[in-house]
Structure formats: structure tokens, C-alpha cells
Design a protein around this ligand. Sequence first.
Ligand code: HEC
Length: 127
Amino acid sequence: MRFLRVCAVPVLLALIGFATSVIGSSGVIAASADKGKIAFVQHGCWQCHDFNGQGSIATSNGRVIARTALPPDAFKSFVRTTNGAMPPFRPPVLSDDELDDIYAYLQSLPEPKPVSDIPLLKASRSQ
Ligand code: HEC
């Protein structure tokens, strides 16, 4: 019995170690929309893209980044290397993990309502 207990502990620890390494390396489970929302605010993305990634003509050249159609790699590469109206955010300022989390946050934002469900827009479209 004692022998079993002595052996079971290292086997259990090895299994836990294996499980966490698999989960950690997948990248999908590691990214967190909740942490991404915090990073989005802390790094000032909201100043030009607003809190829900909707942006505006004046601040984001009309780009909507909520549920961005950019694949993760293109998204990261843009944020890291842009040299236009948006300043680049390099790793010393914004870590890879934070960028993954921001991507998860943007993908978690809800679809906008259709124009036909917004009375003011519906009225201006029909004029
Ligand atoms: C100073 C204003 C400003 C800030 C701060 C800013 N952006 Fe931008 N962003 C822009 C503008 C303007 C564009 C439109 C691209 C251009 O004109 O170069 C843009 C474009 C983008 C795009 C590309 C959208 C597309 O569909 O092409 C992504 C992705 C993006 N921003 C993410 C971010 C993230 C993430 C942050 C925070 C880490 C951030 N931005 C902070 C101004 C800003």
C-alpha cells in the first residue's frame, strides 16, 4: 500500500505536468478575452478604436476592428509594424500574450444590430 502511494505521487505529478504543457502550447486555450479587454484599455487602443472596436472616421480612418477579419498573424503583424496613422506597438510595450488576448477580446465582441433594427438609421436610409 505504501509502495503504491510512493509511486502514485510522481506519476500524478508527471501527468499534471504533461496536461498543462499540452494546454499551454495550444495557444487557443491560453488567450483570454477578459484579459484582452483590460490590455485593450491599458494600452490605449480604445482612444482611436473606441471600447467596442467600432472606431470612427476621425480616429481610425473608419476601420472597425471588432471581430476583425484579419487572421491572427496578419493582425499581430499589422499592430507590430504599422507606420501610418496608427503608431506601432512593439514587444517591449505590448507582449505577444497581451496581443493574443486583445485578438480574443475583439473576436468575442457581439455582431452589430442590422440597420433595419435601428430606427434613426432606418429613417435616414429611406430618405
Ligand atoms: C492613435 C490612434 C490609434 C491607436 C492608439 C491604435 N490604433 Fe489601431 N488603427 C488606427 C488607425 C488610424 C487605423 C487605420 C489604419 C491606418 O490608417 O494606418 C488603425 C488600424 C488598426 C488595425 C487594422 C484594421 C484593418 O482592418 O485594417 C488593427 C488590427 C488595429 N488598428 C489594432 C489596434 C490595437 C490592437 C491597438 C492597441 C494596442 C491600436 N490599434 C491602437 C489608429 C490607432
